[in-house]
Design a protein around this ligand. Structure first.
Ligand SMILES: [Zn+2]
Length: 375
């Protein structure tokens, strides 16, 4: 695609919230334990006798999560997950959370999502890793069916996450391969970046490559270029979870002619997808505001940019909201949103023919309708 900016396209303004809500969306970076409905957290806490919630009122609890997440540090942000993980330690709770995730995403216009979770976090009360994964997959199947019944088609692929601070990555990678024809489409590592470089888990990545399996790595979120470089050149990641710090390798001294360093050029040339999550980055302090978020620059420079939610509960966000924020901040049009959406679908871990089918039959025709309506 030729480099373009939205201002060069006449007759296409910023789409209205109503049009954005109806736009087909593709989401590659969303955490299951970061997307619970506030009322569900409360219900599950009651059912399981979990007594540590800061509030039993859904509205207040939602506000508490957002405030805690806005504290400005990744470590503090991760603390909020103690609650969502604490109430999801049974098959019933896991299935409910997965079912509601599928329903909520479908209602938001998401046609394809890769949702990730770390099975090892849900074994505190004795579930096996297999029981955890089976419960989540069953919940997604049910949620997908329910969404279809209410008129929203969605396809969900699961990513199994290993915690970078722990030592189970090889075992989780083996499970990702074992389950790859049963709903799991890839692997990821997540958790605090500083002090835990992805190369600690080389064994898992080498195994996945030998098995022709896909994986993404959380890299370049709070931590800079060395983390991105390791994820790509040592570990062989298909995509970068966040990867937003790649801007540190772009010299914008002359804003009209940004100059890419060797790593940034490699990422762009190889079309390595960046799973960018603007609201989440603002919350953790990785970006000062949406308007200053590097997604605007990276889109202009035609990196393989994708737009994502990361943690819908903690960030109080949705795909519709992320799109609205970016349209407002960067003047993006429906063309920009379609470009991002097709980028994401091209970067998905499901087979090529399935990606093409969704692009040609679920994404492009609807964007064409919306653009016709806008004129
Ligand atoms: Zn993430």
């Amino acid at each position: 695609m030729a480099p373009t900016t939205s201002s060069e396209k006449p007759g296409q303004g910023i789409p209205s919230p109503a049009l954005i809500a109806r736009a087909p969306k593709v989401l590659l970076h969303d955490h299951l334990d970061g997307g619970l409905r506030p009322q569900t957290v409360i219900d599950l806490a009651e059912q399981s006798g979990y007594a540590n919630l800061p509030s039993a009122d859904a509205h207040e609890l939602a506000r508490w999560f957002a405030e805690a997440a806005y504290s400005g540090s990744l470590e503090r942000y991760l603390e909020t997950f103690q609650h969502t993980v604490g109430v999801t330690q049974t098959p019933e709770a896991l299935a409910r959370v997965a079912r509601e995730c599928a329903e909520d995403l479908a209602a938001d216009g998401v046609v394809y999502a890769e949702v990730r979770f770390a099975p090892e976090l849900h074994t505190e009360q004795g579930l096996t890793l297999h029981q955890v994964i089976d419960a989540v997959l069953a919940g997604f199947r049910e949620g997908t069916d329910n969404a279809k019944k209410s008129g929203h088609w969605i396809r969900i692929g699961v990513l199994l996450t290993a915690m970078r601070t722990a030592t189970h990555s090889r075992q989780i990678a083996e499970l990702a391969v074992e389950y790859r024809d049963k709903g799991v489409v890839g692997f990821d590592i997540a958790g605090a970046e500083a002090g835990f470089p992805p190369t600690r888990h080389l064994d898992a990545f080498e195994y996945l490559r030998r098995e022709n399996a896909h994986f993404t790595i959380h890299a370049g979120e709070a931590f800079g270029l060395p983390s991105i470089w390791e994820a790509i050149q040592w570990c062989g990641a298909d995509r970068l979870g966040h990867g937003v710090r790649i801007v540190d390798d772009i010299d914008v001294t002359d804003p009209k002619n940004p100059s890419l360093g060797k790593l940034a050029a490699y990422v762009r040339d190889r079309r390595i997808p960046l799973e960018l999550c603007p609201s989440s980055n603002v919350q953790t302090g990785a970006a000062a505001s949406i308007a200053e978020h590097p997604i605007g620059l990276l889109r202009k420079l035609n990196f393989r940019v994708t737009l994502n939610t990361d943690n819908r509960l903690m960030s109080g966000t949705s795909m519709t909201k992320e799109m609205e924020l970016c349209c407002e901040a960067f003047g993006w049009t429906l063309d920009d949103l379609q470009w991002l959406t097709v980028n994401a679908m091209k970067s998905a871990f499901v087979p090529f023919d399935e990606r093409l089918d969704i692009i040609n039959n679920r994404i492009k025709p609807v964007y064409a309708e919306l653009k016709a309506e806008q004129k």
